[in-house]
Design a binder for this molecule. Structure first.
Ligand SMILES: Nc1ncnc2c1ncn2[C@@H]1O[C@H](COP(=O)(O)OP(=O)(O)OP(=O)(O)O)[C@@H](O)[C@H]1O
Length: 838
């Protein structure tokens, strides 16, 4: 394409917005629970729909709320992804180890590995991700370490387009060759960056390539089995890198690489080296073993075959397999049929990977370009692609293509001026120059790894369980709550409003009264650099002397009230009691609140937020001697609009919380704007084929007939077009003008038709999963569509769950906890005026 005109201002104004905050990853060492518009809120983040789940936790679409910005400001609510990981789940670990096949000669998994799988994985993932910053790598923004619940919340860049889907139910490719090229281009850039940082991803596959919501870019995610190699980094730096402490045992320990990690179909021959030669009598694994999408298995040390060196080249192989998948809709190597399991054994797959050539279907891509067969003539249309695949899928890692070569690989006969990867770029030379991995090297030190999560313990939390069960014994069903008490201004509220729509006007509760009421306090986000809090900042919750702490808190509260920019009035009630919840809200002076009844409301015209806290949390905390309170001495940061307006008061009727009611009254907030047209346009433009609705089919997006503008057209996967008309990757950093489009509510969400078009049951080579799609799977699959539909659906689902909540068992609670839901225990005010935790 020739030089392009600068898009009109009106179009620029609607350009996507990239949330790209300056600075390092934040480490937040405490957890606050809120309710925002009926949705759970964790610190600054309102949690919406679950968008994915992995082995170790679920991923949710959240909105980061910046209350300092005015309502309607595009950056007031920014979509982020939040991965919730339970740090300590001994029961799950036990179950997992029980489920593992006990097969003679099957590679032995050391006990330490078994125990440390979750722990080590998350630590490693955080330690690596926190240092990565590249337009084609999923960025980590913040880590919230909820030590009480023993959960880690990883707040990441939200990739609303979901995983790269590459085949239909008939295993036909769904991407055109051109689209595949653009995806590959992004992946190459991201991977190149990782390798230059000394990181081997080890699990490259389509499912770990995530689309941005506008489908302009693809980013690499899931660093759960990634490996930092100091040696590789030194090599990448020409041996001159001295940033790392060479005595760091974790960095220097390359033994982790000998563990087989990744997804079977994408493993390089050197990773499964013991199958390089045909192994008679392959051993079938149970379907359970095959279901683990990303396995981490120690290989047998007794193997007689010398292990080839494992380098970053394993990622190149996996990228080659990925390329093959995108082009042909199937994996290049498959397990032989006829073995014990339905889909062949993992071992026969490995034998195939190590020994077989890969077949070439007659046509390539959705556009069915003739491939020319496995050994095409040089003039065949698909010859260059097969040529490139040949270099990717070299079983000998030394002969395999490097990423640098992928960028410069000439055509099979040298006739093509530019490498296949760059064929649709205006100025490939300039692109190569701009995309050269020149960013600064990162350090992943021992400290980073150990501080990635603090003080993780593998132990049964009997204290917590005891509290849960005792709490549940005394908990009253919410239906028995007397809402009248909450209307009585003389009695301060005892429950949290879950549904803001049920908040009705009632006599204004004088903030003075509220603030002077015992128990009113603020909790402040505690953020700092990604370093573990020094132990001196940790305090045991005080069971004695809490009165003075409380009065301190109140005094501060009073003082702060004079400051209109920093005062927040908090609503002390909860939408739904959580038995045995460990959450607590901390007062600004760092102590767990031991407050008497009291509340203030946090309301604004278009946005209401309530905070739930523990009543008598000190006494509960005292039951759990090892719990800490974090000192958070900074001031609240809520905008004045959060203060309750005169005449408004929150009605405490949690027992009437019903999703139907909530949904029937649901209105987009004032932040909302109709972004459907824009979103659809971006989606279409990202494919680079305006009007090619069949591609939209891939993601089941209803076409709404939006006229693409030139600006939309010139921005695509692999970069944005600069003033010189050259498509370059969007460079992350403070200077980047692009910002993500906030997730907006839709006025009339269209029904989606996300059926299980991938069939049931599904054998997904991409994730090596055998099984039926659950509802959750379908939910997860729907990403990239109209988010608000999902949010809407999710609210509905959650509402239904909520209705059943009261009769649910403790197991339900556990489930919710595992999904990252955290609620406060119910509080009741008895006639004697005392509060009791139930
Ligand atoms: N930043 C993100 N934005 C949007 N969706 C995401 C994001 N990160 C993860 N997901 C979704 O959540 C799913 C699970 O996330 P992730 O792969 O990180 O979990 P995991 O536990 O490492 O999974 P695995 O079983 O593959 O190891 C992904 O497949 C993806 O669909």
């Amino acid at each position: 394409m020739s030089a392009r005109a600068v898009p009109p201002a009106s179009q620029v104004a609607t350009a996507p917005v990239l949330f790209d905050p300056e600075g390092d990853v934040l480490y937040t060492s405490h957890f606050d629970g809120f309710v925002d518009e009926g949705k759970p809120m964790i610190n600054d983040y309102v949690r919406h729909v679950r968008v994915g789940g992995g082995q170790h936790g679920d991923v949710y679409l959240c909105q980061k709320v910046n209350p300092r910005l005015p309502i309607g400001h595009p950056e007031r609510r920014i979509p982020v992804a939040m991965k919730s990981v339970k740090r300590n789940n001994p029961r799950a670990e036990q179950l997992k180890s029980l489920r593992r096949p006990r097969i003679p000669n099957y590679p032995h998994i050391p006990v330490a590995d078994r125990l440390n799988t979750t722990e080590a994985k998350i630590k490693r993932e955080i330690a690596i991700m926190k240092k990565l910053r590249h337009p084609h790598v999923v960025r980590l923004y913040e880590v919230i370490d909820d030590r009480v619940q023993e959960k880690i919340y990883m707040v990441m860049e939200y990739l609303g387009g979901g995983e790269v889907k590459w085949r239909d139910e008939n295993s036909n490719p769904v991407l055109t060759v051109s689209q595949t090229r653009r995806i590959l281009r992004d992946a190459v850039l991201g991977l190149e960056y990782l390798h230059h940082q000394g990181i081997i991803h080890r699990d490259i596959k389509p499912a770990n390539l995530l689309w941005t919501e506008d489908r302009r870019q693809v980013k690499i995610g899931d660093f759960g089995v990634s490996h930092f190699s100091y040696a590789q980094r030194l090599a990448a730096a020409g041996g001159k890198d001295v940033d790392n402490d060479p005595s760091d045992p974790i960095l220097l320990d390359e033994s982790g690489l000998t563990r087989r990690a990744g997804t079977p179909s994408f493993l390089a021959p050197e990773v499964i080296y013991e199958h390089t030669h045909d192994v008679p009598g392959s051993i079938s694994l149970s379907s359970t073993a095959l279901q683990s999408s990303t396995s981490l298995v120690s290989t047998s040390p007794a193997s007689p075959i010398e292990r080839p060196e494992i380098t970053k080249s394993i990622d190149v192989w996996a990228l080659g397999v990925t390329l093959y998948c995108l082009l042909f809709g199937t994996t290049p190597f498959v397990a032989s049929q006829g073995s014990n399991s339905t889909h062949g054994s993992e071992f026969s797959l490995y034998i195939s990977i190590c020994n077989d050539d890969w077949p070439v279907p007659p046509v390539i891509g959705f556009d069915r370009i003739p491939s020319g067969g496995r050994h095409p003539d040089s003039d065949a249309e698909g010859a260059n692609i097969i040529h490139l695949l040949d270099h990717f899928l070299q079983k000998d890692s030394h002969l395999r293509i490097t990423l640098d070569e992928v960028k410069t690989q000439r055509s099979i006969d040298g006739s093509q001026k530019h490498p296949w990867l760059l064929q649709d770029l205006d100025n490939p030379q300039k692109w190569l120059q701009i995309t050269s991995p020149s960013s600064a090297k990162i350090n992943v030190s021992l400290n980073d790894t150990s501080n990635a999560m603090s003080a993780v313990r593998f132990q049964w939390r009997w204290g917590g369980k005891l509290v849960r069960h005792v709490s549940s014994l005394f908990r009253r069903p919410s239906s028995r709550l007397d809402p009248r008490t909450t209307h009585d201004p003389s009695i301060l509220p005892t429950e949290i409003v879950s549904d803001p729509l049920q908040r009705q006007s009632r006599p204004f509760l004088d903030p003075e009264t509220a603030f002077s009421s015992p128990g009113v306090f603020h909790a402040k986000q505690s953020k700092g650099k990604m370093k573990a809090e020094p132990s001196k900042t940790l305090k045991r919750p005080m069971s004695k002397g809490s009165k003075s702490l409380r009065s301190n808190s109140i005094e501060r509260e009073r003082g702060l009230r004079g400051n209109s920019t920093s005062t927040s009035a908090l609503q002390g009630s909860a939408p739904k009691a959580r038995r045995g919840s460990d959450s607590k809200v901390l007062s600004r002076d760092g102590a767990s609140s031991s407050s008497a009844p009291g509340h203030a409301t946090a309301t604004s015209t278009g946005e209401k937020r309530s905070r739930f806290w523990w009543w008598n949390s000190t006494s509960i905390s005292a039951w759990r001697p090892n719990k800490f309170a974090i000192q958070t001495p900074t001031a609240p940061d809520y905008a004045p609009e959060m203060i309750q307006a005169p005449g408004e008061i929150i009605v405490q009727t949690p027992n009437t919380r019903r999703s139907e009611e909530a949904l029937s009254k649901y209105r987009p907030g004032p932040d909302a704007m109709d972004s459907r047209a824009l979103t659809a346009a971006r989606r279409a433009s990202s494919w680079g084929h305006p009007g090619q609705e069949d591609n939209a089919e891939i993601i089941n997006v209803p076409s709404i007939g939006y006229n693409l503008n030139e600006h939309d057209m010139i921005v695509g996967a692999g970069g944005v077009t600069n003033n010189e008309g050259i498509t370059v990757p969007a460079v992350a950093g403070p200077s980047t003008p692009r910002r993500l489009t906030p997730v907006m509510a839709m006025a009339n969400p269209q029904p989606q038709t996300f059926d299980d078009r991938y069939g049931n049951p599904v054998y997904d080579d991409d994730s090596s999963t055998i099984g039926s799609m659950t509802q959750d799977d379908n939910d997860s699959w729907q990403r990239g569509s109209e988010l608000d539909d999902l949010i809407h659906d999710h609210d509905h689902d959650r509402g239904e769950e909520d209705e059943d909540e009261d009769s649910s068992s403790d197991e339900d609670d556990e489930d919710d906890e595992d999904r990252g839901v955290t609620f406060s225990p119910r509080r009741h005010i008895h006639n004697d005026g005392e509060q009791h935790l139930h």
